[in-house]
Design a protein around this ligand. Structure first.
Ligand SMILES: NC(=O)c1ccc[n+]([C@@H]2O[C@H](COP(=O)([O-])OP(=O)(O)OC[C@H]3O[C@@H](n4cnc5c(N)ncnc54)[C@H](O)[C@@H]3O)[C@@H](O)[C@H]2O)c1
Length: 331
Protein backbone atom coordinates (compact mmCIF):
# COMPACT_ATOMS: atom_id res chain seq x y z
CA UNK A 1 0.00 0.00 0.00
CA UNK A 2 1.55 3.30 -1.14
CA UNK A 3 0.72 6.33 1.05
CA UNK A 4 -0.58 9.15 -1.16
CA UNK A 5 -1.08 12.86 -0.45
CA UNK A 6 -3.49 14.90 -2.59
CA UNK A 7 -2.63 18.57 -3.16
CA UNK A 8 -5.68 20.60 -4.22
CA UNK A 9 -9.17 19.24 -3.54
CA UNK A 10 -11.14 20.90 -6.32
CA UNK A 11 -12.90 19.01 -9.13
CA UNK A 12 -9.86 16.88 -9.99
CA UNK A 13 -8.60 16.27 -6.44
CA UNK A 14 -12.00 14.81 -5.52
CA UNK A 15 -12.02 12.69 -8.66
CA UNK A 16 -8.59 11.31 -7.69
CA UNK A 17 -9.81 10.58 -4.15
CA UNK A 18 -12.79 8.61 -5.45
CA UNK A 19 -10.58 6.70 -7.89
CA UNK A 20 -7.95 5.82 -5.26
CA UNK A 21 -10.71 4.40 -3.04
CA UNK A 22 -11.16 1.74 -5.75
CA UNK A 23 -7.44 0.91 -6.14
CA UNK A 24 -5.84 -1.55 -3.69
CA UNK A 25 -2.26 -0.31 -4.28
CA UNK A 26 -2.82 3.30 -3.15
CA UNK A 27 -4.17 4.88 0.03
CA UNK A 28 -4.91 8.61 0.46
CA UNK A 29 -3.43 9.51 3.85
CA UNK A 30 -3.54 13.33 3.76
CA UNK A 31 -4.79 16.23 1.69
CA UNK A 32 -4.09 19.99 1.40
CA UNK A 33 -6.67 22.54 0.31
CA UNK A 34 -6.79 26.30 0.87
CA UNK A 35 -10.60 26.57 0.56
CA UNK A 36 -12.23 24.92 3.62
CA UNK A 37 -15.54 24.54 1.75
CA UNK A 38 -13.88 22.03 -0.56
CA UNK A 39 -12.97 19.77 2.35
CA UNK A 40 -16.57 19.07 3.30
CA UNK A 41 -17.40 15.38 3.15
CA UNK A 42 -13.80 14.22 3.42
CA UNK A 43 -13.84 10.60 4.65
CA UNK A 44 -12.63 10.06 8.23
CA UNK A 45 -9.03 8.94 8.69
CA UNK A 46 -7.57 11.30 6.08
CA UNK A 47 -5.40 14.04 7.62
CA UNK A 48 -5.83 17.66 6.52
CA UNK A 49 -2.51 19.52 6.35
CA UNK A 50 -2.32 23.33 6.42
CA UNK A 51 0.16 23.61 3.52
CA UNK A 52 1.79 21.38 0.91
CA UNK A 53 5.09 21.78 2.80
CA UNK A 54 3.42 20.27 5.91
CA UNK A 55 2.15 17.40 3.80
CA UNK A 56 5.71 16.68 2.64
CA UNK A 57 6.91 16.66 6.27
CA UNK A 58 4.69 13.62 6.92
CA UNK A 59 6.77 10.44 6.47
CA UNK A 60 3.61 8.40 5.78
CA UNK A 61 3.27 10.25 2.47
CA UNK A 62 5.38 8.42 -0.11
CA UNK A 63 3.78 9.88 -3.21
CA UNK A 64 1.78 12.98 -4.11
CA UNK A 65 -0.83 13.77 -6.70
CA UNK A 66 -0.86 17.47 -7.57
CA UNK A 67 -4.24 18.79 -8.69
CA UNK A 68 -3.57 22.54 -8.53
CA UNK A 69 -3.98 25.56 -10.82
CA UNK A 70 -1.22 25.52 -13.46
CA UNK A 71 0.77 28.44 -11.97
CA UNK A 72 1.45 26.35 -8.84
CA UNK A 73 2.73 23.20 -10.59
CA UNK A 74 6.38 24.38 -10.81
CA UNK A 75 6.79 25.22 -7.13
CA UNK A 76 4.94 22.24 -5.69
CA UNK A 77 6.37 19.59 -8.05
CA UNK A 78 9.89 20.96 -7.41
CA UNK A 79 9.28 20.84 -3.64
CA UNK A 80 7.92 17.29 -3.76
CA UNK A 81 10.87 16.03 -5.82
CA UNK A 82 13.32 17.75 -3.47
CA UNK A 83 11.55 15.97 -0.59
CA UNK A 84 12.13 12.60 -2.31
CA UNK A 85 8.50 11.85 -3.19
CA UNK A 86 7.02 10.11 -6.21
CA UNK A 87 5.06 12.73 -8.16
CA UNK A 88 1.95 12.55 -10.31
CA UNK A 89 1.02 16.00 -11.64
CA UNK A 90 -2.17 16.87 -13.47
CA UNK A 91 -1.83 18.08 -17.04
CA UNK A 92 -0.41 20.36 -18.33
CA UNK A 93 3.03 19.71 -16.83
CA UNK A 94 3.51 23.44 -16.18
CA UNK A 95 2.31 26.98 -16.83
CA UNK A 96 4.73 27.60 -19.68
CA UNK A 97 7.64 26.08 -21.58
CA UNK A 98 10.50 27.35 -19.34
CA UNK A 99 8.75 25.90 -16.27
CA UNK A 100 8.09 22.61 -18.10
CA UNK A 101 11.78 22.41 -19.06
CA UNK A 102 12.85 23.00 -15.47
CA UNK A 103 10.51 20.29 -14.19
CA UNK A 104 11.66 17.82 -16.84
CA UNK A 105 15.30 18.38 -15.83
CA UNK A 106 14.40 18.00 -12.13
CA UNK A 107 12.51 14.75 -12.87
CA UNK A 108 15.43 13.35 -14.88
CA UNK A 109 17.71 13.90 -11.88
CA UNK A 110 15.23 12.50 -9.33
CA UNK A 111 15.36 8.88 -8.15
CA UNK A 112 11.58 8.74 -7.73
CA UNK A 113 8.74 8.05 -10.19
CA UNK A 114 7.39 11.08 -12.09
CA UNK A 115 4.33 11.12 -14.32
CA UNK A 116 1.88 13.57 -15.90
CA UNK A 117 -1.78 12.60 -15.49
CA UNK A 118 -2.87 12.46 -19.15
CA UNK A 119 -6.33 10.96 -18.68
CA UNK A 120 -7.04 10.47 -22.37
CA UNK A 121 -4.24 7.94 -22.76
CA UNK A 122 -6.23 5.67 -20.45
CA UNK A 123 -9.73 6.03 -21.94
CA UNK A 124 -10.65 2.64 -23.44
CA UNK A 125 -11.62 4.04 -26.90
CA UNK A 126 -8.30 5.93 -27.18
CA UNK A 127 -6.32 2.85 -26.08
CA UNK A 128 -8.20 0.83 -28.69
CA UNK A 129 -7.34 3.37 -31.41
CA UNK A 130 -3.63 3.15 -30.64
CA UNK A 131 -3.76 -0.65 -30.78
CA UNK A 132 -5.57 -0.56 -34.14
CA UNK A 133 -3.12 1.87 -35.70
CA UNK A 134 -0.16 -0.17 -34.37
CA UNK A 135 -1.67 -3.40 -35.74
CA UNK A 136 -2.14 -1.81 -39.17
CA UNK A 137 -5.93 -2.33 -39.22
CA UNK A 138 -6.46 1.13 -40.77
CA UNK A 139 -3.95 0.55 -43.56
CA UNK A 140 -1.87 3.61 -44.32
CA UNK A 141 -2.97 6.77 -42.47
CA UNK A 142 -4.23 9.41 -44.89
CA UNK A 143 -5.36 12.17 -42.49
CA UNK A 144 -6.14 12.77 -38.80
CA UNK A 145 -8.72 15.15 -37.42
CA UNK A 146 -9.28 16.17 -33.79
CA UNK A 147 -12.24 18.04 -32.32
CA UNK A 148 -13.39 18.84 -28.78
CA UNK A 149 -16.07 21.53 -28.59
CA UNK A 150 -17.15 21.86 -24.96
CA UNK A 151 -20.03 24.21 -24.15
CA UNK A 152 -19.22 26.08 -20.93
CA UNK A 153 -21.82 27.71 -18.66
CA UNK A 154 -20.95 30.81 -16.61
CA UNK A 155 -19.14 29.73 -13.42
CA UNK A 156 -18.74 26.14 -14.60
CA UNK A 157 -14.95 26.29 -14.93
CA UNK A 158 -12.78 27.81 -12.18
CA UNK A 159 -11.90 31.51 -12.54
CA UNK A 160 -8.15 30.82 -12.61
CA UNK A 161 -8.57 28.81 -15.84
CA UNK A 162 -9.67 32.00 -17.59
CA UNK A 163 -6.70 34.05 -16.33
CA UNK A 164 -3.62 33.65 -18.47
CA UNK A 165 -1.14 34.37 -15.68
CA UNK A 166 -2.61 31.44 -13.68
CA UNK A 167 -3.51 28.99 -16.46
CA UNK A 168 -0.86 29.74 -19.10
CA UNK A 169 -3.58 29.91 -21.75
CA UNK A 170 -7.13 28.90 -22.56
CA UNK A 171 -8.71 26.00 -24.38
CA UNK A 172 -5.40 25.05 -26.04
CA UNK A 173 -3.66 24.72 -22.68
CA UNK A 174 -6.50 22.99 -20.88
CA UNK A 175 -8.09 20.73 -23.56
CA UNK A 176 -5.61 21.04 -26.45
CA UNK A 177 -2.88 19.44 -24.34
CA UNK A 178 -4.93 16.20 -24.22
CA UNK A 179 -5.79 16.45 -27.91
CA UNK A 180 -2.26 17.03 -29.18
CA UNK A 181 -0.96 14.27 -26.94
CA UNK A 182 -3.56 11.71 -28.01
CA UNK A 183 -3.03 12.49 -31.72
CA UNK A 184 0.69 11.85 -31.37
CA UNK A 185 0.26 8.84 -29.06
CA UNK A 186 -2.40 7.08 -31.13
CA UNK A 187 -0.59 7.65 -34.43
CA UNK A 188 2.80 6.82 -32.89
CA UNK A 189 4.29 9.94 -34.50
CA UNK A 190 5.36 13.35 -33.25
CA UNK A 191 3.45 16.35 -34.59
CA UNK A 192 4.63 19.43 -36.42
CA UNK A 193 2.71 22.71 -36.24
CA UNK A 194 2.18 24.74 -39.43
CA UNK A 195 -0.46 27.32 -38.52
CA UNK A 196 -2.54 28.38 -35.54
CA UNK A 197 -5.64 30.56 -35.47
CA UNK A 198 -6.96 31.46 -32.01
CA UNK A 199 -10.30 33.08 -31.22
CA UNK A 200 -11.40 35.15 -28.24
CA UNK A 201 -14.97 35.83 -29.30
CA UNK A 202 -16.53 34.25 -26.18
CA UNK A 203 -14.73 36.74 -23.87
CA UNK A 204 -13.72 34.33 -21.15
CA UNK A 205 -11.16 36.33 -19.11
CA UNK A 206 -8.00 37.06 -21.13
CA UNK A 207 -7.56 33.63 -22.72
CA UNK A 208 -8.37 32.12 -26.11
CA UNK A 209 -11.64 30.17 -26.28
CA UNK A 210 -11.13 28.66 -29.73
CA UNK A 211 -8.10 27.13 -31.41
CA UNK A 212 -7.81 25.87 -34.96
CA UNK A 213 -4.48 24.20 -35.73
CA UNK A 214 -2.96 22.88 -38.93
CA UNK A 215 -0.43 20.12 -38.30
CA UNK A 216 1.35 17.17 -39.89
CA UNK A 217 2.48 13.84 -38.45
CA UNK A 218 6.21 13.12 -38.74
CA UNK A 219 5.63 11.18 -42.00
CA UNK A 220 3.84 14.18 -43.56
CA UNK A 221 0.25 12.99 -42.99
CA UNK A 222 -2.02 16.07 -42.68
CA UNK A 223 -3.73 16.59 -39.31
CA UNK A 224 -6.05 19.26 -37.94
CA UNK A 225 -7.37 20.23 -34.52
CA UNK A 226 -10.37 22.27 -33.42
CA UNK A 227 -10.86 23.08 -29.73
CA UNK A 228 -13.54 25.46 -28.44
CA UNK A 229 -15.33 26.64 -25.31
CA UNK A 230 -18.57 28.21 -26.61
CA UNK A 231 -20.78 29.83 -23.95
CA UNK A 232 -23.73 27.61 -23.16
CA UNK A 233 -24.85 24.24 -21.91
CA UNK A 234 -24.99 20.89 -23.62
CA UNK A 235 -23.02 17.83 -24.50
CA UNK A 236 -19.36 18.02 -25.45
CA UNK A 237 -18.70 17.22 -29.10
CA UNK A 238 -15.57 15.07 -29.11
CA UNK A 239 -14.11 13.05 -31.97
CA UNK A 240 -10.65 11.90 -32.97
CA UNK A 241 -10.97 10.64 -36.55
CA UNK A 242 -8.29 8.52 -38.19
CA UNK A 243 -8.68 8.18 -41.95
CA UNK A 244 -6.80 5.20 -43.35
CA UNK A 245 -6.66 3.39 -46.67
CA UNK A 246 -8.48 0.43 -45.00
CA UNK A 247 -11.22 2.49 -43.32
CA UNK A 248 -12.18 5.31 -40.96
CA UNK A 249 -11.92 4.98 -37.18
CA UNK A 250 -13.97 7.46 -35.14
CA UNK A 251 -12.95 7.69 -31.48
CA UNK A 252 -15.17 9.25 -28.79
CA UNK A 253 -13.19 9.35 -25.52
CA UNK A 254 -16.25 9.28 -23.25
CA UNK A 255 -18.42 6.98 -25.36
CA UNK A 256 -16.74 4.41 -27.61
CA UNK A 257 -15.65 4.06 -31.20
CA UNK A 258 -16.89 3.27 -34.71
CA UNK A 259 -14.99 1.64 -37.56
CA UNK A 260 -16.12 2.08 -41.13
CA UNK A 261 -14.06 -0.37 -43.21
CA UNK A 262 -13.57 0.64 -46.83
CA UNK A 263 -16.40 -1.10 -48.68
CA UNK A 264 -17.49 -3.06 -45.57
CA UNK A 265 -20.12 -2.96 -42.81
CA UNK A 266 -19.60 -0.29 -40.10
CA UNK A 267 -19.10 -1.43 -36.50
CA UNK A 268 -20.00 0.73 -33.48
CA UNK A 269 -18.98 -0.08 -29.92
CA UNK A 270 -19.81 1.62 -26.59
CA UNK A 271 -17.09 1.29 -23.96
CA UNK A 272 -18.95 2.53 -20.84
CA UNK A 273 -21.99 1.46 -18.84
CA UNK A 274 -25.01 3.32 -20.25
CA UNK A 275 -25.89 4.83 -16.85
CA UNK A 276 -22.37 6.31 -16.20
CA UNK A 277 -22.41 10.14 -16.09
CA UNK A 278 -19.56 12.25 -17.51
CA UNK A 279 -17.65 12.40 -14.20
CA UNK A 280 -17.84 8.61 -13.84
CA UNK A 281 -16.53 8.15 -17.39
CA UNK A 282 -13.68 10.59 -16.63
CA UNK A 283 -12.79 8.50 -13.58
CA UNK A 284 -12.22 5.47 -15.84
CA UNK A 285 -9.31 7.33 -17.46
CA UNK A 286 -8.02 8.70 -14.17
CA UNK A 287 -8.14 5.21 -12.62
CA UNK A 288 -5.95 3.96 -15.47
CA UNK A 289 -3.46 6.77 -14.86
CA UNK A 290 -3.33 6.30 -11.08
CA UNK A 291 -2.95 2.52 -11.52
CA UNK A 292 -0.01 3.08 -13.90
CA UNK A 293 1.58 5.48 -11.37
CA UNK A 294 1.20 2.91 -8.55
CA UNK A 295 2.49 0.03 -10.71
CA UNK A 296 5.57 2.02 -11.76
CA UNK A 297 6.36 2.75 -8.07
CA UNK A 298 5.85 -0.89 -7.06
CA UNK A 299 7.94 -2.20 -9.98
CA UNK A 300 10.67 0.47 -9.70
CA UNK A 301 10.31 1.52 -13.36
CA UNK A 302 9.52 4.81 -15.12
CA UNK A 303 5.82 5.66 -15.44
CA UNK A 304 4.23 6.68 -18.75
CA UNK A 305 3.76 9.35 -19.77
CA UNK A 306 6.79 10.85 -18.06
CA UNK A 307 7.57 14.56 -17.96
CA UNK A 308 9.84 14.46 -21.07
CA UNK A 309 7.00 13.07 -23.24
CA UNK A 310 4.64 15.84 -22.20
CA UNK A 311 7.37 18.46 -22.61
CA UNK A 312 7.02 17.78 -26.36
CA UNK A 313 3.33 18.76 -26.14
CA UNK A 314 4.20 21.91 -24.16
CA UNK A 315 6.66 22.84 -26.93
CA UNK A 316 3.84 22.64 -29.47
CA UNK A 317 1.54 24.72 -27.27
CA UNK A 318 4.29 27.31 -26.84
CA UNK A 319 4.56 27.48 -30.66
CA UNK A 320 0.78 27.86 -30.93
CA UNK A 321 0.84 30.93 -28.68
CA UNK A 322 3.88 32.41 -30.47
CA UNK A 323 2.71 31.73 -34.04
CA UNK A 324 -0.96 32.52 -33.63
CA UNK A 325 -2.42 35.16 -35.91
CA UNK A 326 -3.65 36.88 -32.71
CA UNK A 327 -0.87 36.29 -30.13
CA UNK A 328 -1.91 36.38 -26.50
CA UNK A 329 -0.04 38.51 -23.96
CA UNK A 330 2.72 36.65 -22.12
CA UNK A 331 1.63 34.54 -19.15
N1 LIG B 1 -7.17 15.20 -16.49
C1 LIG B 1 -8.34 15.81 -16.63
O1 LIG B 1 -9.22 15.32 -17.32
C2 LIG B 1 -8.54 17.10 -15.92
C3 LIG B 1 -9.82 17.66 -15.82
C4 LIG B 1 -9.94 18.90 -15.16
C5 LIG B 1 -8.82 19.52 -14.65
N2 LIG B 1 -7.59 18.95 -14.79
C6 LIG B 1 -6.37 19.57 -14.26
O2 LIG B 1 -6.38 19.43 -12.83
C7 LIG B 1 -5.74 20.58 -12.24
C8 LIG B 1 -6.74 21.24 -11.29
O3 LIG B 1 -7.88 21.62 -12.02
P1 LIG B 1 -9.33 21.63 -11.34
O4 LIG B 1 -10.32 21.70 -12.45
O5 LIG B 1 -9.42 20.54 -10.35
O6 LIG B 1 -9.29 23.03 -10.61
P2 LIG B 1 -10.06 23.47 -9.27
O7 LIG B 1 -9.98 24.95 -9.19
O8 LIG B 1 -11.40 22.80 -9.22
O9 LIG B 1 -9.16 22.82 -8.13
C9 LIG B 1 -7.93 23.37 -7.70
C10 LIG B 1 -7.97 23.40 -6.17
O10 LIG B 1 -6.68 23.79 -5.67
C11 LIG B 1 -6.92 24.58 -4.51
N3 LIG B 1 -5.71 25.33 -4.20
C12 LIG B 1 -5.27 26.49 -4.78
N4 LIG B 1 -4.08 26.86 -4.24
C13 LIG B 1 -3.77 25.92 -3.33
C14 LIG B 1 -2.65 25.72 -2.45
N5 LIG B 1 -1.62 26.58 -2.42
N6 LIG B 1 -2.65 24.64 -1.65
C15 LIG B 1 -3.69 23.76 -1.65
N7 LIG B 1 -4.77 23.89 -2.45
C16 LIG B 1 -4.80 24.96 -3.28
C17 LIG B 1 -8.10 25.42 -4.87
O11 LIG B 1 -8.76 25.98 -3.73
C18 LIG B 1 -8.98 24.42 -5.62
O12 LIG B 1 -9.90 23.76 -4.76
C19 LIG B 1 -5.29 21.43 -13.41
O13 LIG B 1 -3.97 21.09 -13.74
C20 LIG B 1 -6.24 21.05 -14.52
O14 LIG B 1 -5.77 21.29 -15.83
C21 LIG B 1 -7.45 17.75 -15.40
Amino acid sequence: MIGLGLVGMGYTGWQHLRVVQTLPALEVRAVVETDPARLQGLPPGIAVKPTWQDLLDDPRIEAVSICLPHDLHLEVVTGALAAGRHVLVEKPLALDLPAAERLTAAAAAAPTVTMVEMTHRFYPPVVKARQWVNAGHLGQLVAVSERIVQPVADGELPDWMMQRHRSGGGVTMTNGVHMLDRMAWVSGQPLRLHAAVLGRGQHWGDIEDTASLLLTLADGTPASLLAAWPRGRGATDDELTLYGTAGILRVWAWRGWAFEPTGGTPQVHDEYPADADHAARARVGMAGALAEFAAAIAEGRPARPGFAEILAVQRLIDQVYRQSSDPLPAA
